[in-house]
Design a protein around this ligand. Sequence first.
Ligand SMILES: Cc1cc2nc3c(=O)[nH]c(=O)nc-3n(C[C@H](O)[C@H](O)[C@H](O)COP(=O)(O)OP(=O)(O)OC[C@H]3O[C@@H](n4cnc5c(N)ncnc54)[C@H](O)[C@@H]3O)c2cc1C
Length: 421
Amino acid sequence: MSISPKKRRIAIVGGGASGIFAAIHLLDMQKSHCFEISIFEQNAVLGRKILVSGNGRCNLTHRFFEKQNYHSQSAEILQNIFQHPPFSDASYMQTFFTQKGIQCVCESDGRIFPISYDAKSLMSIFESLLLNVRVNTHSKVCLIQPIKQGFILDIEDKENKKSCEEFEQVIIATGGIAYPQLGSGEEMLEILKGMGFCLESFKPALVAMEAKISSQLVGIRREVVASLWEGTKKKKIVSLSGDLLFTDYGLSGSVILDLSFYLLSCQRPAYLVIDLLPMYSVQQVLEEYEYLCKKFPQRSIFVFLNQYLHSKISLAILKKSKIQDSSTLSTLTKQQIQEIIQDIKSWKVFIQNVRNFKYAEVMAGGVSLREIDICSFESKKYKDLFIIGEVLDIVGQRGGFNLAFAWNSAYCVARAITRLT
Ligand SMILES: Cc1cc2nc3c(=O)[nH]c(=O)nc-3n(C[C@H](O)[C@H](O)[C@H](O)COP(=O)(O)OP(=O)(O)OC[C@H]3O[C@@H](n4cnc5c(N)ncnc54)[C@H](O)[C@@H]3O)c2cc1C
């Protein structure tokens, strides 16, 4: 009688994007069913962040990605990660999705979505690929004890009942602390710190900004071009276009979330210069003023501005310039009209802060990249312990880059583990 060989026990802590993909890749790459894979997820369901990503549409990756799309405190290590496959070839993961029956669509800006545009449909496919995985939901890992050949995990269920299990290899895929309303917290980072890992300080990223804004403007949305400037050096960092939303705490909208990525490497104080009328040049507005000033000299400056701007923005600009909204075009001095146009085209807003983790899409900071081998994502301190996804000190721009990192780092771990068998 042949005795079936003992299966290698692998635990994946965290059933989000990176954890799910580590399991899928391990199943794919294993030889003759030699792994017994268990996922431990503290939430009631897997992939809660996948379900909300891209407003429920799941922007699952980007057509092209490279190191410039990411930020880390260890810039040189980040660069090395992106020199190796699958990070060096964005098409790798796209092919993988197609092979798994996930049809994708690439939008004109390079963002890739499932063709269903539905994160729920996508999750149902992922779950169907996990049939041979032991999925433990409501299972929080509260301690990792290294032993001679592997690790003991302390696991707590939803009734706070504790149990222990032994594994030969452990993959930490516990994500960041952004969006705590979906269950994320600092516990695993504390555990890792206790195990001696170096953590880079955490910051909310891809997040709205706090700034002093007139309460009259709250709720107004507008397409703008906004530039981020370093205050002390008066140096422009980047200029982006997109949608801007005035809020009671400051500024939000896609352009602000995109700019917040660059704020991570920008010295404070920092400020924004916002072009509220990007489709017109200063000269064009001035010429229109001169034309209307001759034709309708009694027209008020407020009415003149309203041809371009929301009436509340017109009022805010006039208030800032200390000009009465009833002032007629013919009574304005050249300096006054230039000042008004300057404000429309280059409105300066000082950034007080970014909003907190509750409002952030991702966490910047986390386990230092210096702690892992860049090809296998194995810990340098603990053999057979792997760390992937957002828990690491790496954050991507908006556009599918964070999920792309989660999928790709999961692939690297599976590749490393299967090569070891
Ligand atoms: C609102 C929102 C929208 C987003 N949209 C996009 C987008 O469109 N495109 C994109 O690329 N990125 C997007 N992101 C970011 C992306 O979702 C994350 O970067 C990605 O999910 C990270 O994957 P991960 O596996 O590292 O972590 P997660 O997906 O967060 O998974 C970690 C899992 O580990 C579990 N866990 C944590 N600690 C323990 C523990 N001790 N024991 C057991 N389980 C534990 C958590 O409950 C969680 O399920 C968005 C994020 C948010 C919040």
